[in-house]
Design a protein around this ligand. Sequence first.
Ligand SMILES: Cc1cc2nc3c(=O)[nH]c(=O)nc-3n(C[C@H](O)[C@H](O)[C@H](O)COP(=O)(O)OP(=O)(O)OC[C@H]3O[C@@H](n4cnc5c(N)ncnc54)[C@H](O)[C@@H]3O)c2cc1C
Length: 512
Amino acid sequence: MMPPVVTILGGGISGLSAAYYLARLAPQIHIRLLEATDHVGGWIKSEKVNDKVLFEAGPRTLRPKGTGGAILLDMLKDLHLDQHIVSVPKKHPSAQHRYIEYKGQINQLPSGLSDLLFNSPPIMDSVMGAIMKEPFQPCPNHVTDESLYDFIQRRFNSQVALNLIGALAHGVYAGDCKQLSVQSTFPLLAACEQKYGSVVKGMMRGGVSLDTTKELALAAQCEARYPIWQHEMQNASVIGLQPGLAALPLALRRFLMDQPNVDLLTRQPVTLLESSSSSSSSLITTQSGEKYESHHVISALPSHILASILPPSSSLPHLTHNPRVDVAVVNLAYKKDDANTQLDGFGFLTPHRDTGSRVPGVLGVIFDSNSMGIQDKDMVRFTAMIGGSDWDLAFGNLKEEKEVATQALALAQQAMSTCLGVDASPTYHQAHVLRQCLPQYLVGHSKRMQELHLALQQRMCLSVTGASYLGVSVPDCVKHSRLLVEDLLEIGALGNQSSVVTGLEKTMISPW
Ligand SMILES: Cc1cc2nc3c(=O)[nH]c(=O)nc-3n(C[C@H](O)[C@H](O)[C@H](O)COP(=O)(O)OP(=O)(O)OC[C@H]3O[C@@H](n4cnc5c(N)ncnc54)[C@H](O)[C@@H]3O)c2cc1C
């Protein structure tokens, strides 16, 4: 019997991870990965400017904690990238010091209770009172999803919602806390209310585990392989890779190219995914007219792109419901003496636009040299993230990519001057405009994912993974691709018409 052929669509971190785990766990299977561009890694892009300064245009730091962290660390170890890991200890200033721009001033968030009581900046006015009252706030009779803003405003107050949670939504999703779903973006908050009747009580009792038994078992397996190392790494606040995060997709690519059962094909934008005439397999067409038959397809594409390649007769629900935001990423490098900010934290975020930020449209500025603090001796690097849900504030009607990039650089420098007092021109800079880069999980996302799961169950040989569905972080993407592959193999769903794995099984056992 011919071994089944599995085709993975998209060579971002989700698609590469799916291919990697399939290649490791099922060497008998023929794996094909189709990527539209000429590089792999999707939004992960590290560039060295002048052979000197490292700029990350996309993600830069990874959370090593939790089930996603354990699985990601295991992958890094197996790819021999552990020697390149840079870890930031929890006691490091960049882990302790978090800043929010508030009314034109940088406010340092308290890093402990005594700080909160005796050293609170203006942004924390009313926070202490709201924390004290929160355990006594009533809980709703029915569990329904709501926006992050509505949830926090109900449990704490509107200042906490706009200033603190608004800033967090900027930092993680480049999004608007008034639009994002609390259940899907910060599920721990909603779970604490549900289990303990209070976020504060829930946090004081160590939170709520949102991981499935399978996720916990997999993480435990990873931890057991290198227990001391895993423990040490998971204790870091964040980790990164010394040559830049792109070292991860490059290592995955190298591994995959070395496998005799893997075809990794770049410059192959997929334009159509349909059932083949025998209907026990799928037929994939690319822009150049190539056709590939496949027993099983794993889509690691952003969901709106998956929607665009399905024929109308086999469309799936909700794939285009969530918008995706555009973000302009501006990397700046200054000579050390030109940018002495006196701040030694991770960076600063801006609150929700309703508080009237002094740098409208700027979501935050990361202090790259501090947050990792190793790559360069005489330069200081920063990255400004601009746009997202505040795109119109930053760029108005500008359409041309060049105009947007120019405006982004101007806004980044304005933020450096207004908030950090850095007026010098950067020695090196670059601006990337990332279109539709971050999905916004709108209110009701988890319910819609359940419905998508049920619809996919009728499709048999299609599974999904990637940032569109169950988490946007790199560790989440890696974890969900691994879980998908393990489930497909365990249940024997590859090339088999009688069992189905969609990749969204978790939605059916979520706490909601
Ligand atoms: C600016 C920014 C900063 C971030 N910072 C962090 C961070 O610090 N830490 C963190 O954990 N996460 C961070 N994230 C989130 C994380 O980087 C992404 O969510 C994650 O990389 C998404 O990976 P993915 O593989 O699911 O999707 P993508 O990276 O979008 O990959 C999809 C792939 O599919 C390909 N493709 C598209 N259309 C087709 C087609 N028709 N045919 C074939 N291939 C196609 C694309 O070219 C791409 O390679 C950040 C994201 C952004 C944008």
